[in-house]
Design a protein around this ligand. Structure first.
Ligand code: HEC
Ligand code: HEC
Ligand code: HEC
Length: 467
């Protein structure tokens, strides 16, 4: 009897603790969802269009070759956000690119990557967005692309071609590498920048993470090849992802600076090491000469300092008259105060070396040009990084001149930058083939339709004559 009473008491107390347990489950799901939202960088796109860029409010325009695509309000507002989404609706948007009303989303929303999200993670994200994000009733302007890109159902055909199987764990991989794989392919959608696209804008499986252009910047080869990150240690990679900087190697500008600032610096060291371990075993794809920066001899100054020193700080007069295209003078006036006259940067590497630097040593000079045009800006957990933008001060010819000086003196001397290249990057990079060809394709399509109609007309007339 006593035992029975005890049992009843135990059952009762267990029952009483159930709601509390459910609540802690939901709370821990929400906390995990907040972390996942950082890892997936939802706020990078789903921010307000204003200066403050409040997270998740939407309105921010993502530049695409087809035109601006407006990121939606994904706060739980019932009127203007995703407040009416069920978890199933949410999953369909994230993994299939289909909105609650059934319309197709443009792949500017990385559903091709999020497709691999586990159900647990989708649940955690859903709980976080619905409970911990404040609803904001601000409608998102409609995305208004030109014909034929305004036909959302066209994305169904694109999905049939490019919505691959999602990431699946490989039985051969260690738990660490597997976690890295999930973070790179699914949450971090690294391939959306680092994998080149085919003519129809699908990511090329045969060039997985081998480097691509994104809004004028070059997202380099990050496969394990020596021309990629083959010479990086796991520790260096993790440090780069956390801070955007590895002394004597590389710094994160452009979209990578944003990825570090908004997402990667918030990840646990364990997760960053998993990403690094995974990258180090991604099948190698060569994109040119090895990037072995440690092998560069920096004890020999690249130029006679005695000759250069008098030019130092000669006031940016070369820039002020707006006409000088002398790369050396431009460098002394605009760059040497930080990167130093010998291009070796400051001792603490806060102003980095241009000699040991993936931006100046690679086969593609785009990041050097983009850094000059737009500067480098990045918040890290401990400090702020800032290089000024010279887009206003220097014209295309001057940017080309100072780039060529930097490449010849400090970087890959085989490269040459011309004015047209600078102009193209200033305009946001080259336009993909299919967008350039759209007017022709449309004209050709119309011609085919007219021919078919003429053919049908001729056939009908002929049959009439026969009868
Ligand atoms: C690289 C940019 C980008 C990232 C990162 C991104 N989104 Fe999106 N998302 C978009 C864009 C752009 C749209 C609207 C696309 C359109 O109108 O076709 C969108 C649409 C959506 C929609 C559909 C809302 C609606 O009804 O219009 C949901 C839900 C959504 N995103 C959730 C998320 C979540 C959750 C994350 C993070 C896990 C995320 N997005 C990360 C760009 C992004
Ligand atoms: C929004 C586009 C974008 C995304 C997303 C992105 N990257 Fe990058 N990444 C870049 C660009 C651009 C650079 C070049 C930065 C520079 O040199 O200023 C870069 C540079 C790097 C470098 C340094 C390579 C070198 O040789 O200097 C590594 C490593 C890297 N990214 C890893 C990653 C990983 C891992 C992810 C996913 C977790 C990722 N990136 C996501 C655009 C992106
Ligand atoms: C006020 C100081 C300052 C001046 C002036 C300056 N830079 Fe920088 N530069 C920086 C800082 C800071 C960084 C980024 C360091 C980091 O990310 O850790 C940087 C980064 C770079 C990079 C690497 C970019 C990348 O994406 O990897 C290049 C290349 C570069 N600068 C070239 C130049 C050139 C050329 C000039 C002159 C036209 C110049 N800088 C002027 C401070 C400066």
């Amino acid at each position: 009897m006593r035992a029975n009473l005890g049992l009843i008491g135990l059952t009762l107390s267990l029952l009483a603790s159930f709601p509390a347990m459910a609540a802690t489950d939901e709370a821990s799901a929400a906390a995990r969802g907040a972390y996942l939202a950082k890892a997936a960088d939802c706020a990078a796109c789903h921010k307000a269009a204003n200066e403050d860029g409040e997270p998740y409010v939407g309105g921010y325009a993502i530049a695409s070759p087809m035109g601006d695509i407006i990121a939606s309000n994904i706060t739980p507002s019932k009127a203007d956000g995703i407040g009416r989404y069920t978890q199933e609706d949410f999953k369909r948007a994230l993994t299939e690119g289909i909105r609650k009303d059934g319309a197709h989303l443009y792949p500017a929303m990385p559903y091709t990557a999020y497709r691999g999200l586990t159900d647990d993670d989708i649940h955690a994200l859903y709980v976080y967005f619905m409970n911990d994000v404040a609803p904001v009733d601000i409608p998102t302007p409609e995305t208004d692309l030109a014909f034929p890109f305004n036909l959302r159902f066209g994305m169904a055909a694109w999905n049939a071609l490019f919505l691959d199987d999602p990431y699946t764990p490989s039985p051969d991989d260690s738990a660490k590498v597997d976690r890295g794989h999930y973070l790179v392919d699914t949450l971090g959608h690294c391939g959306s920048c680092h994998t080149p696209r085919n003519m129809l804008m699908g990511e090329r499986d045969d060039r997985y993470l081998a480097g691509a252009s994104i809004e004028g910047w070059h997202a380099p080869n990050i496969t394990s090849d020596p021309s990629g990150i083959g010479h990086w240690s796991e520790k260096e990679l993790a440090e780069y992802l956390k801070t955007g900087h590895v002394t004597g190697k590389a710094q994160a500008g452009g979209g990578m600076a944003e990825a570090v600032e908004n997402s990667l610096r918030h990840l646990s060291d364990e997760d960053l090491h998993s990403i690094a371990a995974y990258l180090k075993q991604v099948p190698a794809i060569s994109t040119g000469a090895p990037m072995n920066l440690e092998a560069i001899d920096t004890t020999v100054p690249p130029a006679s300092l005695a000759e250069l020193e008098p030019l130092r700080d000669n006031d940016p007069a070369a820039m002020a008259d707006g006409s000088s295209t002398d790369g050396q003078k431009l460098y002394q006036g605009a760059c040497a105060s930080c990167h130093q006259i010998d291009g070796q940067g400051t001792d603490d590497a806060f102003y980095p070396s241009l000699v040991r630097n993936t931006a100046t040593r690679g086969e593609i000079p785009d990041n050097l040009i983009m850094a000059i045009l737009h500067g480098v800006h990045r918040e890290t957990n401990d400090y702020t990084v800032s290089m000024p933008a010279f887009a206003e001060e220097l014209n295309d010819e001057q940017v080309a001149a100072v780039s060529n000086y930097v490449l010849a003196r400090y970087g890959n001397a085989d490269l040459q930058v011309d004015t047209a290249k600078v102009a193209a990057l200033r305009a946001g990079g080259p336009t993909p083939w299919f967008v350039q060809a759209t007017p022709w394709l449309l004209a050709a399509g119309t011609a085919v339709i007219i021919l078919v109609l003429l053919g049908i007309g001729w056939f009908v007339m002929r049959r009439r004559k026969v009868h």
